[in-house]
Design a protein around this ligand. Structure first.
Ligand code: MN
Length: 256
């Protein structure tokens, strides 16, 4: 007799697109834990944040990118992928976990607000689904995700075991090997100092290409930036509520 236990249903998505090796690594981990459905963008969508598609139709195409796993590529953004997964593909069975990534590149600190990886996870968390965004500090296409996999698995299993504890969105960043362990952190303060390289297109018109320098002024030891710098995986519990609660009292006088 086969094991009758119902496995957790896991949605896997990303922002680097269905062909990204980081997605494959995450699928392999998810597959060792539960039943997996993949819905990922058909093209790279890094930096799309929480963007949604509202002025054109969305396409959802079944693909055989992974053996024995239900997988779709979507013409939209990472958040579109999650919305379609929840409301169309698996509308009759809720997901037990949503994992996004593993992103090629850091989403620590301020990067979370631009990140399609984290926004996909956040979108699922709005529906009450335990959600995790995973990112590796290596932007290369052929980055080595192998050392991260046992840690990714441990974090996924932890969230499945503690479902309903309120921590339903985690931003997890992973240093390159050797990985020393896992630290619970706050989001470090940092900002991008923007620079635009100006150029001229073949028709003689100016264009601007965004480049930037990461300015991490926060030197405290409880941040994700500090943990990563010292070889630890950073786990930051996050939330969609951007209310600045600590200034509510000072602002009271704005009311009439
Ligand atoms: Mn990305």
């Amino acid at each position: 007799m086969e094991n009758q236990e119902v496995k957790p249903l896991i949605l896997v998505t990303n922002d680097d697109g269905i062909l990204a090796p980081g997605l494959r690594a995450l699928v392999e981990v998810a597959q060792s834990i539960g039943e997996v459905i993949v819905v990922a963008p058909d093209s790279p969508q890094s930096g799309m944040g929480h963007a949604i598609t509202i002025h054109k139709p969305l396409r959802l195409t079944p693909v055989r990118a992974f053996e024995v796993i239900t997988a779709y590529e979507c013409s939209g953004t990472p958040v579109d992928c999650v919305k379609l997964a929840i409301n169309v593909i698996s509308k009759n069975r809720p997901f037990d976990l949503c994992v996004s990534g593993i992103n090629h590149g850091s989403n620590a600190s301020i990067n979370i607000i631009y990140s399609g990886t984290l926004s996909a996870a956040m979108e699922a968390s709005l529906d009450g689904i335990n959600s995790i965004g995973f990112s590796l500090l290596d932007y290369e296409f052929d980055a080595d995700f192998q050392p991260a996999k046992p840690f990714v698995r441990r974090i996924c299993e932890h969230r499945l075991q503690h479902n309903g504890d309120g921590a339903n969105l985690l931003n997890v960043n992973i240093p390159t090997s050797p990985i020393k362990g896992i630290k619970l952190c706050r989001q470090g303060e940092a900002r991008w100092v923007e620079e635009f390289q100006e150029g001229s297109d073949p028709r003689g018109k100016s264009y601007y290409w965004l480049t930037g320098r990461f300015d991490d002024s926060d030197k405290e030891t409880d941040t994700d930036l500090y943990a990563l710098e010292h070889g630890f995986i950073s786990v930051v519990p996050s939330m969609h509520d951007l209310t600045h609660y600590t200034v509510m009292d000072q602002l009271k006088s704005i009311e009439i």
